[in-house]
Design a protein around this ligand. Structure first.
Ligand code: UFG
Length: 330
């Protein structure tokens, strides 16, 4: 199949491009490179630099390529920043996807896999979280993704665009080849920050809060390997071609680890001391987020392969050790 991957130079997008190509698909990657990295895009993918909010750009991509389905990762994703600059998030994440859907309607492309998030749930009602649980985002980032999910529902009803929205929990790790990995700037995610501390690039890691209602007082998250996420996108496309019905799925390992446990495991994997200190809570952090991914496993036939914290941290460490300054292009 010929798949258009929007945001194909970003962290999860580039890993998905890699898996698609490994599995024999043709890939057109589009990215405005404001966050993504050109070097992260697999050499066998064709690449277009441009912005989803630019309809002329999108029409050019669709007219020059016969696209069978789209995967959309192109978005801003920093929860904290979304609280101080909500309009920037609605503009890029919502308006950008609306332009993309319009271009799909014009080009007659009727299948899309959308990158959604656990942040659509807000403070969870139940653990593990089911797709049918209440969605009540506590930040504009989650709200922007939930808004797109609703836009997709109505686009299905009106234009017959079938979609799968994938709600990721905490994406982590790097490609097993060590060729691509996580490089955000500024970095705000736990595992890269811990590993930058292991590399001596930071003096210490601040653990945000130790008074949460969790076994050791630090926040618990469900970490899922980026290659397993990539694999789920391909299975979601296969599902759309198989049964032509839209759906929403959680993607996680179904197992939670506290911030302290992640630091401890990183010390074991790296053999480094990794100084960690307790600081105050970070605004907007729910205490515990753990997915039920039973629906994705059953309906997509998806099984995470890198399903231990050890495998996730080992692959991330392999990337950070060999690319201490990331892609070096910003
Ligand atoms: N944390 C620290 N110190 C740090 C960084 C993070 O203690 O320096 C803690 C956070 O407080 C949180 C946990 O580590 O408890 C994980 O934090 P991340 O920033 O790595 O990830 P989040 O859980 O905040 O966010 C992730 C994605 C978001 C998505 C969200 C869904 O990055 O895009 O999950 O809830 F919206």
């Amino acid at each position: 199949m010929n798949i258009l991957v929007c945001g194909g130079a970003g962290y999860i997008g580039s890993h998905t491009v890699y898996e698609l190509i490994e599995q024999g698909h043709s890939v057109v990657a589009a990215d405005n490179l404001c966050k993504g990295h050109r070097a992260a895009v697999h050499k066998d993918a064709s690449f277009y630099e441009g912005d989803l909010r630019d309809s002329t750009f999108l029409d050019k991509v669709f007219s020059e390529n016969k696209i069978d389905a789209v995967i959309d990762f192109a978005a801003f994703s920093l929860v904290g920043e979304s609280c101080s600059e909500p309009l920037k998030y609605f503009d890029n994440n919502v308006y950008g996807t609306v332009r993309l859907l319009e271009a799909m309607v014009r080009a007659g492309v009727k299948k899309i896999v959308f990158s959604s998030t656990a942040a659509t749930y807000g403070e969870p009602e139940n653990i593990p979280i089911l797709e049918s649980d209440r969605t009540f985002p506590t930040n504009p980032y989650g709200e922007s993704k939930l808004t797109v999910e609703k836009i997709l529902k109505w686009s299905d009803a009106a234009y017959g665009i079938k979609y799968v929205a994938l709600r990721y929990f905490n994406a982590a790790g790097a490609h097993i080849s060590g060729e691509i990995g996580e490089d955000h700037s500024p970095e705000s995610h736990l595992i890269p920050i811990i590993l930058q501390t292991a590399l001596g690039q930071r003096e210490q890691i601040a653990m945000f809060g130790n008074d949460y209602p969790t076994p050791d007082g630090t926040c618990v998250r469900d970490y899922i390997h980026v290659t397993d996420l990539a694999d789920a996108h391909i299975k979601a496309i296969e599902k759309l071609f198989r049964d032509e019905t839209s759906a929403v799925y959680n993607l996680g390992n179904g197992k939670g680890f506290s911030v302290k446990e992640v630091v401890e495991e990183a010390r074991r994997v790296t053999g480094k001391e990794i100084k960690a200190v307790i600081e105050g809570r970070r605004a907007g952090d729910p205490s515990t987020l753990i997915a039920s991914s039973e629906k994705a496993m059953k309906e997509l036939g998806w099984t995470p392969r890198f399903n231990t914290l050890t495998k996730i941290i080992e692959s991330a460490w392999n990337w950070h050790k060999t690319h201490p300054t990331g892609y070096n292009d910003k």
